[in-house]
Structure formats: structure tokens, C-alpha cells
Design a protein around this ligand. Structure first.
Ligand code: PAF
Length: 284
């Protein structure tokens, strides 16, 4: 695996592959890699000849109250995992390489409306930071395809909207959520859970499954608000603190109407210090 820390090295390698007519897939990450990330790398191999992974803890997507300095950095382990998944190139830039002027003075990309809902409401500016860094990374790597995890469903829709709105020549590949045996969606944040919280956390997915079943059963289908309220009570009773739980249109993420047939249930809840997110698609 080649490791590039500078833009020049990255661009030279990409140019060489392009001249050889090779197809490039890209997986952007913030490191601390788990099986969910490795599933993205596996998916990337199915779509291209060469796979580029980036590890960059993007300061622009962290709020003032969020502790970026304590975000886990596990570069050595990450490298070993990427080598075992036959990654071709790891792009590991410093903050100075990505934001030479500092990120507060950087041009930004903002996908309107959808960025201010749900997680965007709880984390103002977060999705502006995500869209900006992904746009910049796309310009650097110039991939044919890029793989994103479906756990971050809102992020995925925001990236897809950015790509469509700005006519970016990259196909976005959504990759299925990878779960622990308990049903808990894999996430770097699971590392913050204590042993007791690990027992409580799976209630989030179990409740989403219950909610999906209610929607599919047809009963209550006109009462989405009440169903979400019931789900919130179940989650909170199990010791978590729900941030939001919403039944939405699967593509616009607007709150669902009784006519909508393609739905996604989006949820976020605090379990101790960890802010967990999860979702489930429901087609009626
Ligand atoms: O999902 C993530 O890990 C990040 O938001 C991403 C897409 C790598 C941008 O920093």
C-alpha cells in the first residue's frame, strides 16, 4: 500500500493510474477503522481497479463543544487493516495540507435544507464541514466511484445531493450497515460505551425494527407521530436519551406523509457519552 501525505504525491499516483486507463474507487474516513469501514473497502474493490482510502479527522465538521482532540487516532492499526484489505493507496494528509489558510477561512459547500434537519439540527455546521471536505477530497482523488456507509443515512443523502447539484462526475455507492451480533450498528463511537451501556445500546435498533413492523402491518400507518412518541418512550425507558426519532421520506428526508411509500426511520440517542445514530428503510 502506498501512503501519501502530500497532495503532489497523491496527484502523481492518480495521474499514473489514469494514464493506464484504470478505474478508481474512493473511501473517505476519519480513521479508527472497524468492520463497517472495511466493508466499504471491500465494496470499493468490486467497482474499480484501484482503491484509495483517506484518513482525515476533519476539524470543520466538529462543533465548538465537540472534543476533536480526543477523537481516537489509531493510524498503525488502521494501516494494518487497510493492507489486509488490499488497499492501493492511503491518503493521510495533515490539517495544514487540507486547510492551508485554516478551516474557518476556507470556501465551503453547503447543501441547503436537508443539512439543517435531524443531526444537522443537533450539530449546527456539521454537514457544511462534511460536504466541504468530501468535495475537496473528490477534487484531489478524482474517483470514478465513492463508497459511503448507510448508517450515516443523512450524510449519504447530502453527499448524493451535492454530487447531483454540482454535476460531479462520481458515482456514489451506498453500502449496507454492518452490525454487532447484538444488532448495534458499528461505529467508532461505540468505543465510548461502558460494558453496561453496551448492553443497553441495542435497544435503539430493536426499537427501529419494532417501528418498521408497525408501519408494515398497516395499523397506525396514519399515525407516524404517535408511533415515534411510543418508540421514544421505549428507548428512554431502557436508559438512553433520544435526540430524535423521525419517519421520513427516504430521499428528501422530509417528514413522511400517509401517501409516502418509500420511508426511512432515522434515529439518534445518547447512551452515556456516545451519541448513537441508526436507521432502517421501509418500503410499503
Ligand atoms: O463519515 C465520516 O467518517 C466523515 O463524515 C467523512 C465522510 C469521512 C468526512 O469527513
Amino acid at each position: 500500500m502506498i501512503t501519501a501525505t502530500e497532495i503532489k504525491e497523491l496527484r502523481e499516483q492518480i495521474k499514473t493510474w489514469r494514464m493506464q486507463g484504470l478505474k478508481i474507487a474512493f473511501v473517505p474516513t476519519m480513521g479508527n477503522l472497524h468492520d463497517g469501514h472495511l466493508a466499504l473497502v471491500k465494496a470499493a474493490h468490486q467497482h474499480a481497479d484501484k482503491v484509495v482510502v483517506s484518513i482525515f479527522i476533519n476539524p470543520m465538521q466538529f462543533g465548538l463543544s465537540e472534543d476533536i482532540d480526543n477523537y481516537p487516532k489509531t493510524h498503525q492499526q488502521d494501516k494494518e487493516k487497510l493492507i489486509s484489505e488490499k488497499t492501493d493507496l492511503l491518503f493521510l494528509p495533515s490539517s495544514k495540507v487540507i486547510y492551508p489558510k485554516g478551516f474557518t477561512d476556507n470556501t465551503f459547500v453547503e447543501v441547503p435544507n436537508i443539512s439543517n434537519l435531524y443531526c444537522g439540527k443537533s450539530r449546527p455546521g456539521h454537514f457544511r464541514g462534511v460536504a466541504t471536505v468530501v468535495c475537496k477530497l473528490f477534487n484531489l482523488v478524482q474517483p470514478d466511484v465513492a463508497c459511503f456507509g448507510s448508517k450515516d443515512y443523512q450524510q449519504l443523502q447530502i453527499i448524493q445531493t451535492m454530487v447531483d447539484d454540482l454535476s460531479m462526475p462520481v458515482d456514489i455507492i451506498p453500502v449496507e450497515i454492518i452490525r454487532e451480533a447484538s444488532g448495534l450498528a458499528m461505529s467508532s463511537r461505540n468505543g465510548y460505551l461502558t460494558a453496561e451501556e453496551k448492553q443497553q445500546a441495542p435497544v435503539l435498533y430493536k426499537t427501529l425494527q419494532w417501528l418498521a413492523k408497525q408501519l408494515k402491518s398497516g395499523d397506525n400507518s396514519h399515525n407516524h407521530h404517535r408511533l415515534c412518541q411510543q418508540a421514544t418512550n421505549i428507548i428512554n425507558k431502557a436508559g438512553l436519551t433520544t435526540d430524535y426519532i423521525n419517519i421520513c421520506h427516504a430521499y428528501t428526508l422530509a417528514e413522511s406523509t400517509p401517501e409516502d411509500k418509500n420511508l426511512v426511520i432515522l434515529a439518534s440517542a445518547f447512551c452515556g457519552k456516545a451519541r448513537l445514530i441508526d436507521n432502517i428503510r421501509v418500503d410499503l
